[in-house]
Design a protein around this ligand. Structure first.
Ligand code: HSE
Length: 296
């Protein structure tokens, strides 16, 4: 038996919800296939040009599968093929897609032995390999789809959120930002007045999604804690954001730990106008970039 799955890209943080909010998009996605192997343990076959490690302990998908195997306690072997289409280091959950996709595919092979929450727990071991931190705001939406709230990771408490139709425009300036570095520069203390503003925005965003209130969603897409620090790693960030909003986007910000920037729009026409605006902005600034439009 042989299972093939698509593991989608994800946008973590959703601007104000650092480590607690994230959403999956329909494109791009990694293609992964898995089968049982006679050799116990994990065999990884790379089917792309990224030359990622094939040692399961150093590979994010391998680490996720090893965590799963540890709980199965049977001498099973998996052969996993990975064809990545989500560029590593681009800020749209490439490592999460590998880790989540691997355990979702293996679980299908095991006749859905584990519930989704366990799959998130296994896949978080992959994030640990990638960035040193077991955050779930890419993994959870990758596995559940749509927008998810990670209310807590100890214990794991994942809340899938309803959302109205939303179009996503993403621009990837052709630089790489390592999540570990983007976390390393963050301040460890925050001011109470900033915290109040931030949790007002998170609550507003969640309420806006549940009520399909686009204006409230737009107003709440503000981050006073993380973005001011991280945006310095992303050339042209402020200009892209401002000009995208002028082009009609509801709002947006850094995708995960960057360098990609995402903008949300109510309809496809606006999302395409925002895409053109982003291209013009980066052309003007002389920066290589790649853009795409997708949906949540
Ligand atoms: N919440 C994580 C961060 C997501 O911003 O560091 C990384 O993709």
């Amino acid at each position: 038996q042989h299972i093939t799955i698509h593991a989608p890209a994800t946008v973590a943080n959703m601007v104000c919800g650092f480590d607690v909010l994230g959403f999956a998009v329909h494109e791009p996605y990694d293609v992964m296939d898995i089968r049982f192997s006679d050799r116990p343990g994990i065999t990884i076959i790379n089917k792309d040009d990224y030359c990622l490690p094939t040692d399961p302990e150093k590979n994010v998908a391998g680490a996720a599968l090893l965590a799963m195997l540890e709980e199965i306690k049977e001498p099973l072997g998996f052969e996993l093929g990975i064809c990545k289409q989500i560029k590593p280091g681009s800020g749209v959950g490439s490592s999460a897609a590998s880790a989540a996709g691997a355990v979702v595919a293996a679980n299908r092979l095991l006749n859905d032995r584990f519930p989704k929450q366990d799959l998130v727990r296994f896949a978080m071991n992959g994030e640990k390999v990638a960035s040193g931190v077991k955050h779930a705001d890419n993994i959870a939406p990758c596995i559940y789809g749509g927008v998810t709230l990670i209310r807590s990771i100890h214990p794991l408490d994942i809340v899938p959120l309803q959302a109205p139709p939303l179009y996503v425009t993403i621009v990837h300036p052709q630089i790489e930002v390592r999540t570990a570095d983007a976390r390393g520069i963050l301040k460890q203390q925050v001011q109470l007045k900033d915290a109040i503003r931030q949790w007002g925005n998170i609550a507003g965003l969640v309420a806006g999604l549940l009520k399909s209130d686009y204006d409230l969603i737009g107003r709440s897409l503000e981050d006073v804690l993380i973005e001011p620090v991280r945006s310095i790693l992303i050339p042209g960030f402020d200009t892209i954001k401002q000009e995208s909003k002028e082009a009609g986007a509801l709002g947006g910000g850094i995708s995960g730990s960057g360098p990609s920037i995402f903008m949300l729009s109510k309809d496809e026409t606006t999302a395409r106008t925002v895409e053109q605006q982003m291209q013009q902005t980066y052309q003007r600034l002389g920066l290589d970039h790649h853009t795409y439009v997708t949906t949540i």
